[in-house]
Each structure stands twice: as structure tokens, then as C-alpha cells.
Write a new protein. Structure first.
Length: 104
């Protein structure tokens, strides 16, 4: 299962209502959108309703919908899921002029 959490480090709290898109890379065809979700009050998107599969995925965070006049209007995170049975949780720590991503 793929999940994510957005933390607004400037405000010191989870970032609620951040739109997030999950895409899968299909060789020879490019990116294919799997799901669109919005982070909850805890900044979490727990279920993208994707079918677990090994492959290259991309999460796109629509920061412009969350933050007025953002320096980073969108953040794309590309990652490789090698084992479909593994849970993959990504944490995005967001500030006004920077961000960090980690696997949790």
C-alpha cells in the first residue's frame, strides 16, 4: 500500500487539504494516473485505492492549492516499489522555501 503524510514545518502541524495525485510509469506509454486524493486533518492520504504492484510511481503534491503564493507550486516525488507486498509511506516535510521527503 502507498500512503503519504504532509507536514507543514513552518506552522508546526500537519498540512490538511493538500491534493495529491498518484501516477504509475508504464514503459513505452509514460505516466498513467491511478488516483487523486486530498490529505485529511492529520495531513495523511492513507489509501490511494491502487492495486499493489512493483513499479515506478510518482506522487504530485499540489502545494498551490494549499499555500498562497508558493515558491514550489507543485512537488513531484518519484520512487521505485520493488516488492508489491511492502507498505510504502512517504512523508513530505514542507516549508516556505524548501521541502524534504523521507520513507517512513
Amino acid at each position: 500500500m502507498i500512503s503519504t503524510q504532509v507536514i507543514d514545518t513552518t506552522l508546526g502541524r500537519p498540512a490538511a487539504n493538500v491534493p495529491v495525485i498518484l501516477d504509475l510509469f508504464v514503459t513505452g506509454h509514460g505516466w498513467h494516473e491511478l488516483s487523486r486524493r486530498t490529505s485529511d486533518a492529520d495531513g495523511i492520504v492513507e489509501n490511494f485505492a491502487e492495486t499493489p504492484a512493483a513499479g515506478i510511481y510518482r506522487l504530485t503534491y499540489d502545494i498551490a492549492a494549499y499555500q498562497p503564493d508558493p515558491f514550489f507550486p507543485a512537488i513531484n516525488v518519484t520512487f521505485d516499489v520493488n516488492n508489491a507486498d511492502d507498505d510504502c509511506h512517504l512523508a513530505l516535510h514542507l516549508s516556505r522555501f524548501g521541502y524534504a521527503v523521507s520513507r517512513g
